[in-house]
Ligand binder design. Sequence first.
Ligand SMILES: *Cc1c(COP(=O)(O)O)cnc(C)c1O
Length: 397
Amino acid sequence: MVLTLQQIADQVKLDVLTADPVKDNAAKLIEISRTFISDTVTVPSKGMLEYAAQATQGDDVYFEPATAALEEHIAKLTGKEAGLFMTSGSASNQIALRTHLKQPPYSIIADHRAHIHKYEAGGAAFHSGATVIAIVPSNHHHLTLADVQENAVITTDTHFAPTELVALENTLNGTILPQKEAIAICDWAHSQGMKTHLDGARIWHVAVETGKSISELCEPFDSVSLCFSKGLGAPIGSCLVGTKEFITRAKWFRKLFGGGMRQTGYLAASAAYALTHNFPQLPRVHALARRVEAGLEKIGAKISSRAETCMIFYDPAPIGVNYDEIAERASKLAHPLVLGGSRLVIHIQTSEEAVDDFLSIVRELAGEKKAAGFTPPTAQENGAYRDVYVRRPQKTN
Ligand SMILES: *Cc1c(COP(=O)(O)O)cnc(C)c1O
């Protein structure tokens, strides 16, 4: 059967817009302002979209001016020779590992909570044939040189996979890696002929909180991955930085993995807008996170990981409440709150009202439990709830 062009066009065509996009997107923005599960939910503002619409329109597999300008800027900002725009933070990390690691057997040292280990679908094994040595930090906060030295495999014994890469993460679950530890670990790793990579998806937050420049924070590492689509609020994109030679090779792997994109000018411009207009908003985000932490502490919940930047991990067990009860009550509000479990993430589009509503719910539930006879644990019992690490890294310049 031969169809007319019109018949085929009718099969092909698609309209993805809702009946009332303006109203629906306004409602979505309210939902986002009340969503605590991640900062990936942030959406482009009107200003960002208007700026992005004016971007250059090259094909990035050949050359795209706005994208090249972004890569050059991030390279300069991080004190590295070259940068490469990536589809995602996972792509950026995985391509970095693949570029550093040449021929197995080898191992990568990482924190046991590291994104490259836990949340990239086992990519290190799949893409690079690497085994990850996942370490529980002895201080329960961040990896130290002693942790790394104890676990690194330096041997010619054929039972083992020698460590060729140390991959650190800053922030990790919203916590800050002390810079002197990053320097000590990287200096030692380099002295052993190992490479070092930093997953700096949220390195922006570290700069804001410590007053250290992005280049100082990146200085110890051979390569760094930085994300635009998390705390900075751009829709898509990360940047990998390193030496010219490293980035030339990474570009090959990006193409090989299907990550060579075409008209990326809009995305690069969105990232540029985020760097310019959203980065300066992070201190407010951190202050809001500290307000959540203080509120929870006052109510009597346990803080299991402090609001060093934009995240808090908490446990309501000491007030007799569980996460499901909080989530259920939050879902019944006229404008529901979207909550995960222990992790609360504050972002540039979080509203203060959402924070107040969240704390009100926890306070209310705690009150009800108390009225129903729940007795908070004694100071001694409460020892079980106390966190191992509660020190906030010192702010230095
Ligand atoms: C989100 C995240 C990534 C990966 O980013 P995607 O864009 O989601 O692939 C990498 N590292 C850290 C620490 C992250 O939080």
